[in-house]
Structure formats: structure tokens, C-alpha cells
Design a protein around this ligand. Sequence first.
Ligand SMILES: NC(=O)c1ccc[n+]([C@@H]2O[C@H](COP(=O)([O-])OP(=O)(O)OC[C@H]3O[C@@H](n4cnc5c(N)ncnc54)[C@H](OP(=O)(O)O)[C@@H]3O)[C@@H](O)[C@H]2O)c1
Length: 247
Amino acid sequence: MRSILATGCNRGLGLGLIRRLVKEINPPKTIVATCRDIAKAKELGEIAQIHKNVHILELDVQNVDKFSHFSKEVERIVGDNGLNVLFNNAGYSPKSTRINFVKADQLTLTFAVNVAAPILLTKVMLPLLKKASASKSSSPLGSERAAIVNMSSVLGSITLNKDGGLYAYRCSKAALNMATKSMSIDLKNDGILVTAIHPGWVKTDMGGSNAPLTVDESITGILKVLRGLSEEHNGRLVQWDGQYLAW
Ligand SMILES: NC(=O)c1ccc[n+]([C@@H]2O[C@H](COP(=O)([O-])OP(=O)(O)OC[C@H]3O[C@@H](n4cnc5c(N)ncnc54)[C@H](OP(=O)(O)O)[C@@H]3O)[C@@H](O)[C@H]2O)c1
């Protein structure tokens, strides 16, 4: 993996991903980490101070009008090599769960962040992903060539929904799963692999303190999955430990 761009890297799993990537024996040459407010992203800023391969860019994924300009900034950083991995990590989950508490603005916001943003960001990043893929055209599908990872959730699985509720979040991740499947079909001929990952139930602001997994445990598994991505993962929902989940 020569380069990776991940969204939502100021806390939670996104920050954990960057924290671990810089410690790898062969870290990516270029890591682009986004956050909404650089001034508030203290730990991310400290990592970038030490590791010169980390570039921080501000991005609120709801500001889709700025995506085109953002892609130019990424292009300036990754240069002629293009972008190997786009990791759509930023996500939002409203607190209310049951049908009586669903609100229109929650549904709209959750779909904007969890569905519209990853689709539209993927769209503007395609030229850079295609460039990376073309430069490794003899390599098999995988993160060494070009890949899109959409951070999904088991809560978006229709088959595995036994508890109901969580309308905005579940529906948004189910829609993201569908986008993942369509992208995996549309982009296969460009040599770009697309997969959805469930990180497990993880101790973050979103996952809460009762979650069984630490950020580090989840990210360790996710990075193993990322490094081992192959054609069989294309258009699938994969868990942090490599297990496939039903859509
Ligand atoms: N934790 C779990 O158990 C779990 C389980 C399944 C799936 N996931 C998924 O994993 C991903 C990361 O979740 P997490 O647990 O790390 O959650 P988190 O601690 O709540 O962090 C969410 C991240 O997304 C960013 N974000 C939210 N809205 C944004 C926007 N409009 N523009 C840009 N960034 C935005 C946040 O930035 P700000 O700090 O600026 O808000 C933050 O960096 C999400 O997609 C989530 O759905 C998590």
C-alpha cells in the first residue's frame, strides 16, 4: 500500500487507524487523514508532527460541494502515483433507537454522512484510484493496487437484524452496503476492489464503554484484512477478524 486516504481521523477508529499505520514496518508512503477541524485534532496533529508521511486535510463530509476542490488537494499530495486506498470511515449514529423517536432531521443527517458522502467522495476520488490501479495493472485486485473500504456495520445487515430499532443508522449502513456492492461491480474492470468492513463493537464515542473490543484490537484486525484483500473480498461485507457477514 503506497497511499491511503481515511476520513474522520480525529478520534475513534479513524484515529486508531492512523496511529497504527505509522507504526507499521512498511507504512504507506503517503497517509492522508481528514478531520473536520485541525485545531481540535490534537493527537492527529502530534502524529503528523512526528511522521512526515501523514498529511492532515480538513473535510466535513456533509460539504459535498467542496469535494472537487478536496480531490485536487489530495492529488497535490499523492502526485502521479494516484491513491491506493480510500477508507470511507467517518460515520454518524443518532442516539434515538425506537420507531416512536425517529425524527426527519436525524434520518437526513445520518444518510448524508453515512451514504451520500462515501458515494460522492468515491466519485471524485476515482481518477486517483484509477491512476494507482493502472500503475500496477499486472497485480491482482487488492490494496497494493487500488481499493475502496467502506466502514459499515453488522447493524446494516438485513439478515442479521434480530433486534429492530436504530432506523437511521441501520438503514444508512444497509444503503452503504448496497453502494459497496454496486461499486464492486462497476469498478472491477478498472482494477479497483471495493469492500465493506464491520469493525466489531468497539469502545469509541459511538460504540460506548460497554463495547467488548478496544480500538487497537479492531484496527489490528482491520489492517490484516486490508493487507490481505483479494478478489474474493470484492463486493462483500467482512468483519474486523476476517469473517464474512451476510448482507
Ligand atoms: N464503534 C463501533 O462499535 C462501530 C461499530 C460498527 C461500525 N462503526 C463505524 O465505524 C466508523 C467510525 O466510528 P467510531 O466508532 O470511530 O465513531 P466515533 O468515535 O463517533 O467517530 C466518528 C468519526 O466520524 C467523524 N464524522 C462524523 N460526522 C462527520 C462529518 N460530517 N464530516 C466529517 N467527519 C465526520 C467524526 O468527526 P468529529 O469528531 O468532527 O465529529 C469522528 O472522527 C463509523 O462509520 C461507524 O459507523 C463503529
